[in-house]
Design a protein around this ligand. Structure first.
Ligand code: NDP
Ligand code: MG
Length: 386
């Protein structure tokens, strides 16, 4: 038995990754870093290497690999997908934090699980694309898959008797367009879409939060993590982001998890599980100071993508893969100034209405379909720009 929990962070240079390292720094007597991985932010990774002394790192390009080799002679510097695979098969790890964004998270997560390494999962695309496959492997290998996404982490903290849960209630802040009209959303600039009122996150998830696609991805994520039917997963708007989510038991008892909005809490919970430490203790939530907590129903007409996500989840098979790929490419096009915010909704709607459902039994099937939909989405975007 080792004194410290040995952990690796995939995506250590991102919003979740940097906050995970803040947790590790605060609890340095509890955790030891085995590996860190980044995409292109080599400068930040260098400073993380100096501070946390990982045994290996992985980057996206050979240029970045060469640059790191030159400065850190004794460090193992890996590159690309094969590097991520190697890091996630290293059984020196007790836990791997998957904080990369996008589809890149799927294969390393599966590799970690197959090597019987626990996973703290932030990357929601993994469960949206391949929830059935991932959860089957979790059961087969008996590992812990602890959610970092704040809503799922809240539910994880509330559940004591999983078989007696009758409903999940996922809260949503409503994002920057909650009080705006659909017309305002159609005119929205990138800056407006990125101005999330409660959370500071990576750009992709921030745009998804503006369209409420993020909530749709979370509904699918919750279905897989907690084995609930879609009809028993509700979404409720809660602008203050204090109640992070709740569950209802068969006897009508409702248990919710509350706290001031901070990703440090779910990250720290997930990496410390099943223990709890003071660590980065957030400011206490005061019911008296809060005075009121507001809740309202979702406007499914304005936030059509949430509806589409429910439908995709219920249909299953290839539907969530198609939705995720079309959405991600549309979000990138929006962030690159190629399309307007509301085009994302129209593009995802168009692709879902034309999609013929197929069975996707393995990760290769999923990636082939993902590639096909992304290619078609890019072509479609170029056409509507002309
Ligand atoms: P960021 O965009 O801030 O960070 C993404 C991380 O992934 C960075 O370290 C980036 O490296 C790395 N990365 C991206 N693409 C690649 C690639 N092709 N190869 C290797 N590494 C790559 O995202 P977030 O931290 O906001 O989100 C991460 C995941 O967590 C997402 O799936 C998101 O949905 C989920 N999540 C995030 C929350 C949040 O509060 N941010 C809340 C709940 C879930 P680099 O920067 O070096 O290029
Ligand atoms: Mg969330």
């Amino acid at each position: 038995m080792f004194d410290k929990k040995r952990i690796t962070i995939l995506g250590s240079t991102g919003s979740i990754g940097t906050q995970a390292l803040e947790v590790v720094e605060k609890l340095k007597d509890k955790f030891e870093i085995i590996s860190l991985t980044a995409g292109n932010n080599v400068e930040l990774l260098k400073s993380q290497i100096r501070k946390f002394h990982p045994k290996s790192v992985c980057v996206s390009s050979v240029e970045a690999q060469t640059e790191l080799h030159a400065e850190f002679k004794d460090l193992e510097v890996l590159v690309g997908d094969s590097g991520l695979e190697q890091i996630c098969s290293n059984r020196d790890n007790d836990l791997i934090v998957v904080a990369v964004s996008g589809k890149i998270g799927l294969k390393p997560t599966l590799t970690a699980i197959k090597n019987k390494i626990d996973v703290a999962l932030a990357n929601k695309e993994t469960l949206v694309m391949a929830g059935d496959i991932v959860m089957a492997e979790v059961r087969r290998h008996g590992v812990n898959l602890i959610p970092i996404d704040s809503e799922h982490c809240a539910i994880h903290q509330c559940i004591k008797n999983p078989h007696d849960v009758s409903k999940l209630i996922i809260t949503a802040s409503g994002g920057p367009f909650l009080k705006k009209s659909t017309e305002d959303m159609k005119r929205a600039t990138i800056e407006q879409a990125l101005a999330h009122p409660r959370w500071k996150m990576g750009k992709k998830i921030t745009v998804d939060s503006a369209t409420l696609m993020n909530k749709g991805l979370e509904v699918i994520e919750a279905h897989h993590l907690f084995g609930m039917n879609y009809d028993d997963i509700d979404v409720v708007i809660h602008p203050q982001s204090i109640v992070h989510s709740a569950i209802e038991y068969v006897d009508g008892s409702v248990i919710a998890q509350l706290g001031l909005p901070s990703m440090h809490i779910p990250i720290q919970y997930a990496v410390s599980y099943p223990e709890r430490f003071e660590g980065i203790k957030s400011k206490s939530f005061s019911f008296i100071e809060a005075k009121t907590l507001d809740f309202e129903p979702v406007d499914f007409k304005k936030f059509k993508l949430l509806n589409i996500a429910y439908e995709a989840g219920k249909v299953g098979y290839s539907a969530p893969v198609c939705m995720n790929a079309a959405n991600e490419e549309a979000v990138f096009a929006f962030l690159n100034g190629k399309i307007k915010l509301y085009n994302i909704v129209e593009i995802v709607d168009e692709f879902m209405s034309k999609h013929s459902i197929i069975k996707v039994d393995c990760v290769d099937d999923i990636f082939n379909l993902d590639f096909e939909i992304r290619t078609k989405t890019k072509e479609f975007i170029e056409k509507i720009r002309c």
